[in-house]
Design a protein around this ligand. Sequence first.
Ligand SMILES: NC(=O)NC(NC(N)=O)C(=O)[O-]
Length: 392
Amino acid sequence: MTQHQDSAAADDSYRSALPDLASRAFGGSVGHANDELFAERENLVKPEEPVFQPYSFGHKGQIYDGWETRRRREPGFDHAVVRLGLPGLIRRLVVDTSFFKGNYPPKVSVQARAAEDHPDPAGFDEAGWEEILPPTPVEGHTRNVFDVDPEHRYTHVRLCMHPDGGVARLRVHGEPVADPRWTSDRFDLAALENGGTVTGCSNMFFSSPANLLAPGLARVMGEGWETSRRRDDGNDWVAVRLAAVGTVDRAELDTSHFKGNSPGWAALSGCDARVSDPDDPGSWTELLPRTRLQPDTRHRFRLPVRSEVTHVRLDVFPDGGMARLRLYGRAAESGMRELAARWFDRLPPEHARAVLTAEGGLDGTAVEELLARRPFAAGEGLPRELWELLEV
Ligand SMILES: NC(=O)NC(NC(N)=O)C(=O)[O-]
């Protein structure tokens, strides 16, 4: 684990660019806290930055935009359980104590676990938590950043304050890992929740291109991707690595909320990085020719070209903003095997045993043999027998 504060954290561009798996914007939820007398646990995962108004008192005391417990008079620690909106590999924790100056916790710790189905977070047994950040001192009114590298795919995290106090936000940056049992024949190969990721863009002055791949509809312009006004002859673009190699046959280009700043036109192209270099402009094939767009509209296009691609590039002309980009299609068999292996390899052993026994009906010996064969992602992907067993 490495701990640092803002400026050093910004240097690690890989971790900085990862989505916040806990964010409410992706469906994260704080399902349980042992105490929240001063300020509600739900504030922990709000996507917006915390705010503070001095001398604002409610019935319980000063109002804080965070999770705050009462002063503890007995031994112990306070804890809040977050269900990740996007289960995945956790790579950075941000314990943001903004505005908590005389009431921040001297130490925090974080545990994680992987749960099947939808258990009540108040009923989790103590034994199922794996520690990903041991009790560690934090500063008040500070974004306390911890880079971590746990091996497993987790669905829940627990923030502990030792012994008590208040935290404004908990950010859990990481790589989403899709559960292949929830993909269908045709699915959105670009979606963040399926494992799609932005690999580059020309400009992100007003808002991040990662928003294009977020679940659901954008509620406001700020929840999409917006570039600054271009004053040259070029055009803006974003490149996406798909969740799996496959063919894209439908695209949705959603300019909702972009009324005075929608692009005039857009085009899509694809590249198969298994056989050609995405950095070479000659590697890209047209999927959707340059097409007129309307402001504030969910455009749907059928794409005639059906070659297998690993990356898709959206060009907008000349600049502007877009709420969502959806790229529906079919994963190639090799792509699906790899996607499934990425998930299976990272299941904590107990979770993998539960999945194989419940869904696959395998006996104990067969289960242990399969676990001993991990990792599958480095080779051919998840073997067909397992694939069929799990009805992926
Ligand atoms: N002035 C305070 O912030 N006091 C207390 N907290 C709230 N929210 O009033 C406390 O004791 O931690």
